[in-house]
Design a binder for this molecule. Structure first.
Ligand code: FES
Length: 167
């Protein structure tokens, strides 16, 4: 008789223990999900703010040169959006200009403007880019040069943003 009582006590203990564990597991999952929800909701404005700051950094306005100081076919170097980003503004016709970040998309050698051929060249491994849109014409570069958006005001030229071309 004692053995049966002992067996039943153990059995009921196990049942309760299982339920307790089950409840604890459910409670844990519910708490975790709640915490994740709170974290997500509270972090969303911070992520949005951070993205906006990134966008603003890439859309700062920088004076490059006066139109009259850049002859057709010539180029002028500048840095944009910061000192680690070498760039080049090229006047390709009386009314057309192009500007690119000139870190080669292969291994970041500086790209230069070759007026005679009308191409942007990378001397490290003979990479060639189109001056029209920065696309790769030849060589190992895997991507076009990032294009710098320009704004013209009172015959002055400004860099106002970067667009990553998808070619
Ligand atoms: S670094 Fe420009 S082609 Fe290799």
């Amino acid at each position: 008789m004692k053995k049966i009582e002992e067996f039943l006590r153990q059995l009921s203990f196990n049942i309760r223990r299982d339920r307790e564990l089950d409840l604890n597991r459910r409670g844990f999952i519910a708490s975790t999900l709640s915490l994740m929800g709170v974290f997500f909701v509270s972090a969303t404005p911070l992520v949005a703010l951070s993205k906006r700051k990134d966008a603003e950094a890439h859309e700062s306005k920088l004076f490059i040169v006066n139109e009259k100081d850049l002859a057709v076919g010539d180029s002028v170097p500048f840095h944009y959006p910061d000192d680690n980003d070498p760039a080049l503004l090229i006047r390709i016709s009386e009314k057309e200009y192009r500007a690119y970040n000139i870190k080669c998309t292969h291994l970041t050698c500086p790209v230069y403007w070759e007026k005679d051929t009308g191409h942007l060249n990378c001397p490290c491994h003979n990479g060639f880019f189109s001056v029209e849109d920065g696309s790769v014409l030849a060589g190992p570069p895997p991507r076009p040069l990032p294009s710098i958006k320009l704004k013209f005001k009172n015959k002055k030229i400004y860099a106002v943003g970067i667009s990553q071309a998808q070619h």
